[in-house]
Design a protein around this ligand. Structure first.
Ligand code: AMP
Length: 132
């Protein structure tokens, strides 16, 4: 069965898309730790990130870099952090999160709530800052 993230890539489940290319897809995390919290995923469904080929995992990081540079133009922050957990959704993903303190990327923190309209605005803002 296709993962929830594969269904997002295929458009069967909606997402607040930030960007995509032929191999990778980025969209807002629906339970964000911070405004702009984004997930970067490979289009080819693979559960464990370290099962990706060298080429695919390095390409994913280069793609995540573009997203991070766009996020920091929209969300004031000290840095953009990344984290990989993958305990919930069995489709490799990198969390890309604007941070000011270590607590901003602590997954035990309560998640933020945004309306659909707010998610839409955030995704469009970040998307517009991506440099190809
Ligand atoms: P983990 O697998 O532990 O890295 O966590 C999976 C992440 O995916 C969580 O932060 C969820 O909020 C996020 N997530 C799960 N379903 C969706 C969805 N349909 N759209 C956006 N984010 C999601």
């Amino acid at each position: 069965m296709a993962s929830i993230f594969t269904k997002i890539i295929q458009g069967d489940i909606p997402s607040y898309k930030i960007a995509e290319d032929e191999k990778y897809y980025a969209f807002l995390d629906i339970n964000p730790l911070a405004k702009g919290h984004t997930l970067v995923i490979p289009k080819k469904e693979t559960d464990y990130i370290f099962d990706l080929s060298d080429e695919d995992i390095s390409g994913m990081m280069v793609f995540a870099k573009k997203i991070a540079l766009a996020i920091e133009k929209v969300v004031p922050c000290k840095k953009v952090g990344i984290a990989v957990l993958g305990l919930e959704v069995p489709h490799a993903h990198i969390h890309v999160v604007p941070i000011n303190t270590i607590y901003d990327i602590d997954f035990k923190q309560p998640k933020l709530k945004f309306t659909g309209e707010e998610f839409e605005v955030i995704s469009k803002e970040i998307s517009s800052k991506i440099i190809a």
